[in-house]
Unconditional design. Structure first.
Length: 264
């Protein structure tokens, strides 16, 4: 009788064990969106933050790296775009200025479902005649209790790749020894197998299909990939899925959604 009771108890525990394991696994799933938001203008030029917010809400990411972000500029009607989009999406907002612009600032933005343990804004190298660029990092804790870093950036756009190459070298230097598993997302303004992307991928692991990279730009008829999600170290992350979100109105870039799993 005692054996029978023990066997019954074990059978009752087995489903709970698998449910617990599945729950922990789900807590280590991270959805990341890279989205160049065209300073809120939309491709119609009508400044419609709700259209941009809807792309974010529909994909339900844990983290968003946004590029071409205005902070209280005249062209953005003096809005703090990251805070406005955070309010619309119910996510925590953070802005990092790369340069003064139009009576305000211009730079990077991050939205997060989770609070910030620590943040930093790192200026990237550039020639004096070219636009300054920056990389924004947050440290946060997933529901699983794991601390991770999320990094957003927007590299130089010029055909001459001098600044872009210097910028990726700086990113590698700053983040390659990160204490915590790290995700990098952004508009890198270069295509797969370019010099800049190859340098980045000496340190970072890419999420895209190397044999058939899905294009992300321009949003009305994408023909090249310039928006990315990468991670390090390679053995701490697994790519679950990738998706290009094509909305020809919200921005001239497609949003790029990547679902990752943190590996123990």
């Amino acid at each position: 009788m005692a054996f029978k009771c023990l066997a019954t108890a074990l059978l009752l525990l087995i489903p709970q064990f698998f449910l617990s394991a599945q729950s922990t696994e789900n807590e280590k799933i991270v959805k990341v969106l890279s989205f160049n938001i065209l300073h809120g203008a939309t491709t119609k030029g009508d400044f419609n933050l709700d259209v941009i917010a809807n792309v974010i809400k529909d994909t339900d990411p844990d983290f968003v790296a946004m590029q071409e972000v205005d902070f209280q500029t005249n062209r953005a009607k003096k809005y703090d775009l990251v805070t406005e989009l955070g309010w619309r999406t119910k996510m925590a907002p953070l802005f990092a200025g790369a340069m003064p612009f139009d009576d305000g600032e211009y730079g990077e933005g991050i939205l997060s479902k989770y609070t910030f343990l620590q943040t930093r804004n790192v200026a990237l190298p550039h020639q004096s005649q070219n636009e300054p660029r920056a990389v924004l990092e947050i440290l946060t804790v997933l529901p699983s209790g794991d601390t991770v870093a999320f990094v957003g950036t927007h590299l130089d756009h010029l055909k001459d790749n001098t600044d872009r190459v210097a910028q990726v070298k700086k990113i590698n230097e700053v983040f390659k020894e990160n204490k915590y598993p790290t995700i990098l997302a952004g508009d890198l303004n270069d295509v797969p197998n370019s010099q800049a992307i190859n340098i980045l991928e000496e340190v970072w692991t890419a999420s895209y299909n190397k044999e058939n990279p899905a294009p992300t730009f321009p949003s009305n008829k994408p023909d090249r990939k310039i928006d990315y999600v990468m991670f390090l170290p390679a053995n701490k992350w697994k790519v679950i899925s990738t998706e290009v979100i094509q909305d020809a109105i919200a921005s001239d870039h497609c949003a790029y959604l990547v679902t990752l799993q943190l590996i123990d």
